[in-house]
Design a protein around this ligand. Structure first.
Ligand code: NAD
Length: 263
């Protein structure tokens, strides 16, 4: 499955931590060149870049574009094309969470979340599609969420952006269906990353559930399995979608959520 990906060029947004980092590692291990993006400590980012390059003998570059800014997104895509020659695989992964009742939800957080979790994927897709169409091959994977399919209280902006990302996925798939390009939305349940850890205090304050019980009573109670989704399970799904075996899967909302959305 991996061999077909040797020498393909991948851009993974938000790949300095969590799911994006694991996806970048997975694609690198399959032989893809990788453009990293995201915030973080420059020393750690350079260590990641170096580690991917030396372990897998592939080209790795990093661009620190702030995905709330369309001009920086265009610069990120331009740099990827300049360095590697193309973007064959686009993983729109960068995103963040903010938890608050609607009446208290800060307007600037709403705007920022729309920009990063949703509009950024529009801008990267717009900038990478012409090259994918020319080469008649492309894979776009939008990291949505179970919250792209169902709602939860206190997550108005997150749920709205992830539902929006699912909509963008469907339209992208339809517009590219005859061009060797697929576009799919992965919809994970809870995965233990910074996105989850950062909401524990806020969930505790809003719901009144003690901090140490938030994981089990507020988050994992959504999963019939009562277990977190593993980071590597999401990364492996991305690899499948990029492989030849994934060529007919397009416009799909793919749940990896321990049964959450079966209820
Ligand atoms: P994370 O916080 O570990 O990673 C988020 C990444 O996005 C980081 O690299 C961060 O630097 C980057 N980022 C954030 N804002 C950015 C900006 N303005 N410009 C550039 N980069 C930016 O979190 P994660 O859990 O790995 O989340 C990755 C994606 O997975 C997000 O879209 C999230 O919504 C989604 N997701 C996460 C879970 C979960 O339970 N962790 C579940 C479903 C979906």
């Amino acid at each position: 499955m991996g061999n077909t990906l040797v020498g393909k060029n991948a851009l993974v947004t938000g790949s300095t931590s969590g799911l994006g980092k694991a996806i970048a590692q997975k694609l690198a291990s399959a032989g893809c060149h990788v453009m990293l993006n995201g915030f973080g400590d420059p020393v750690e980012i350079e260590a990641l870049r170096h580690e991917l390059h030396s372990s897998h003998k592939i080209k790795v570059d990093y661009h620190g574009a702030d995905l709330s800014k369309p001009a920086e997104i265009r610069a990120l895509v331009a740099r990827s094309i300049e360095q590697f020659g193309s973007v064959d695989i686009l993983v729109n992964n960068a995103g963040f969470q903010f938890v608050s009742p609607i009446e208290e939800f800060p307007e600037e957080k709403w705007d920022a979340m729309l920009a990063v979790n949703l509009s950024a994927a529009f801008h990267t897709t717009k900038a990478t599609l012409p090259g994918m169409r020319e080469r008649k091959w492309g894979r776009i994977i939008n990291i949505a969420s179970a919250h792209g399919l169902v709602g939860s209280p206190f997550k108005s902006a997150y749920v709205a952006t992830k539902h929006g990302l699912v909509g963008l996925t469907k339209v992208t798939a339809l517009e590219t269906a005859r061009d060797g390009i697929t576009c799919n939305a992965l919809c994970p349940g809870f995965v233990q990353t910074a996105v989850v850890d950062k909401q524990i205090d806020e969930q505790s304050r809003i719901t009144g559930v003690p901090r140490e019980k938030v994981l089990e009573e507020v988050l994992l109670s959504k999963h019939p399995t009562r277990e977190f989704v593993q980071i590597d399970q999401v990364a492996a799904y991305v690899l499948f979608l990029c492989s030849d075996a994934g060529a007919s899967t397009t416009g799909a909302m793919l749940s990896i959520d321990g049964g959450w959305t079966a209820i």
